[in-house]
Design a binder for this molecule. Structure first.
Ligand SMILES: C[S@@+](CC[C@H](N)C(=O)[O-])C[C@H]1O[C@@H](n2cnc3c(N)ncnc32)[C@H](O)[C@@H]1O
Length: 414
C-alpha cells in the first residue's frame, strides 16, 4: 500500500492520515510517499513498516549511527537539523495547548552530540561471544553495540574492555556506566554474586578501563562495591558531591548546566529556598554555595546522605521524605521565599496541590514530561500563580524525550 506521510508524532513516527484512520510509520517523514508493509493493530494504534521509500523529503538526512532503527533509542536521527528542532518545539507547544495551558514557549536549547554521561546496556554471553548493547525496540533481542554517537567518548571507549570482562559476572545481566569527574562509575547486575577470582581481578580491570568504582547490583538493584579506586565525584558548578551508585543524575552535564542556570537566575532574590525532589543536590548545593539557606527534600536515603556529606553543603538542611505520600503542607511551604520542584515523569500532583494553596512567592518547576508538567502547571494557575516563559531543553538527543522548566510567581492578592 502506498501512503503519504502528513506529520511526525510525539514518539518520532511518521503519521499517514488515510481514509481508514492514522497509520504510524517509523522512519518516515512528513511530505514523503512510502510503500508500507502489513498494518498491525496494537492497543488501538495502526502501525506499519516502510517497505520502500518512493519519494524522500528534502529534510531527510542519513543517520550517523550504524545501529539507527535497530537499537530503538534515537528515533529522530533521520531528521534534518531544522525539522528536528521544529519537531521538539512543536511537541512541547502542542502538549501545552492541548492541556489548555497558555504560555510562551522559548526556543529549545540543545546539548552537543556525544554528551550523554550515562548508559545502561544489557549483556548476554552467546557461545564465544558477548552481546553488549541496547534492547531492540519492543523485543528482548540485544542490539550489539560497539559505538554510540550520543554517549561520551569515555563511555564508548570502555565498551571493548567491558565486553571482555562482563562474562566473568555470568551469562547475562545489565551494566550501567556513568562518566563522572574522576573516572567511570560502573555497576554490573547479574544473577550471582561476583566470585573471589573476579574480585581479585577487579583492580586490573579498573586500571585498564579507567573505572574509579566498580559495583555489583542484585536483581533488586541493591548495590555492593567490588572495588573503589577513587571515590567518584560529580561537580555541580563549584559544588561537589560523592554520588552513590545508580543515583539520579541529569543525563548530560551540559543540560544540567542549562537547568541550573535557569534555576539559579530565578532564585536570585530569594534567601530561603526549599528544593523538592533534590536528587544529589544539583540545584541545592550550588545555591548553598551562593550563601542561600537551603532545605533539600529527597526520598532516596543514599542521595540525601550524599548531599549531607558534601563539603559544599554549608548550612543546607536535608530531609528524607516521600513527597507523593507525604507532601510538604502549605504551612510548611510558607516558611520559604521560593520552591524548586523537579519531580519524576509522573509529576507531583499531591505536592502541587499544597503549593497551590501556599503563599510561596516563587516556584521553579523543572520537568522531564510535558504532559504532567502541563497538568501540574494548571493547578498552580488555578491556585493564583502566573507562569513565565517555558524553556525546553533537549538532553536526550534524537529520542522523543524533552525536558522543560518555568517559573511561577504568585499574583498579588490571590
Ligand atoms: C528528576 S530527579 C531530579 C533530581 C535533581 N533535582 C537533579 O536535577 O539532579 C527526581 C528525584 O526525585 C526523587 N524522587 C522520586 N520519587 C520521590 C518521592 N515520592 N518523594 C521524594 N523524592 C522522590 C528521585 O530519587 C530523584 O532524585
Amino acid at each position: 500500500m502506498k501512503v503519504f506521510v502528513d506529520r511526525i508524532g510525539a514518539r518520532g513516527d511518521g503519521i499517514a492520515v488515510t481514509e481508514g484512520g492514522s497509520i504510524y510509520i517509523p522512519d518516515a517523514l512528513p511530505g514523503e510517499w512510502v510503500r508500507i508493509g502489513k498494518i498491525k493493530h496494537r492497543r488501538g494504534v495502526a502501525r506499519a513498516e516502510v517497505r520502500e521509500l518512493l519519494e524522500a523529503s528534502p529534510a531527510r538526512v542519513t543517520p550517523g549511527c550504524f545501529h539507527y532503527n535497530k537499537c530503538g533509542g534515537c528515533v529522530g536521527q533521520h531528521l534534518g537539523k531544522e525539522l528536528y528542532a521544529a519537531w521538539k518545539q512543536e511537541h512541547v507547544e502542542r502538549v501545552l495547548l492541548r492541556a489548555g495551558l497558555k504560555a510562551q514557549v522559548l526556543p529549545v536549547l540543545f546539548v552537543p552530540i556525544g554528551s550523554r554521561r550515562r548508559v545502561r546496556m544489557e549483556f548476554r554471553v552467546v557461545g564465544d561471544e558477548t552481546l553488549l548493547g541496547f534492547r531492540e525496540a519492543g523485543s528482548a533481542w540485544i542490539v550489539d553495540v560497539n559505538d554510540c554517537i550520543v554517549a561520551t567518548a569515555g563511555i564508548v571507549g570502555v565498551l571493548p574492555i567491558l565486553r571482555q570482562f562482563l562474562p566473568r559476572f555470568g551469562g547475562e545481566g545489565w551494566v550501567s556506566v556513568t562518566e563522572l569527574s574522576n573516572g567511570l562509575d560502573v555497576v554490573v547486575s547479574s544473577q550471582d554474586q561476583p566470585d573471589m577470582n573476579l574480585r581479585m581481578d577487579a583492580a586490573a580491570f579498573c586500571a585498564e578501563a579507567g573505572v574509579s568504582r566498580l559495583s555489583w547490583a542484585n536483581r533488586k538493584g541493591q548495590t555492593e562495591p567490588i572495588l573503589i579506586i577513587d571515590q567518584p565525584i560529580v561537580w555541580f558548578a563549584d559544588a561537589s558531591v560523592a554520588p552513590p551508585p545508580l543515583c539520579f543524575l541529569q543525563p548530560t552535564a551540559q543540560g544540567e548546566t542549562e537547568l541550573r542556570n535557569f534555576v539559579l537566575e530565578a532564585m536570585g532574590g530569594s534567601e530561603k529556598v526549599v528544593d523538592l525532589y533534590a536528587g544529589c543536590g544539583a540545584f541545592a548545593l550550588p545555591l548553598a554555595a551562593e550563601g542561600k539557606s537551603i532545605h533539600a527534600v529527597e526520598a532516596v536515603v543514599a542521595q540525601a546522605e550524599a548531599i549531607n556529606s558534601s563539603a559544599s553543603k554549608r548550612s543546607t538542611t536535608i530531609e528524607v521524605r516521600d513527597l507523593w505520600r507525604q507532601p510538604l503542607q502549605a504551612v510548611e511551604l510558607d516558611r520559604f521565599d521560593a520552591v524548586i520542584i523537579d519531580p519524576p515523569r509522573a509529576g507531583a500532583a499531591p505536592q502541587i496541590n499544597q503549593l497551590a494553596i501556599s503563599s510561596v512567592p516563587s516556584i521553579v518547576y523543572v520537568s522531564c514530561n510535558p504532559v504532567t508538567f502541563a497538568r501540574d502547571a494548571l493547578l498552580l494557575l488555578n491556585g493564583g500563580y502566573k507562569i513565565g516563559p517555558v524553556q525546553p531543553v533537549d538532553q536526550f538527543v534524537w529520542s522523543h524525550h524533552i525536558e522543560l522548566m518555568a517559573q511561577f510567581t504568585r499574583i498579588a492578592g490571590k
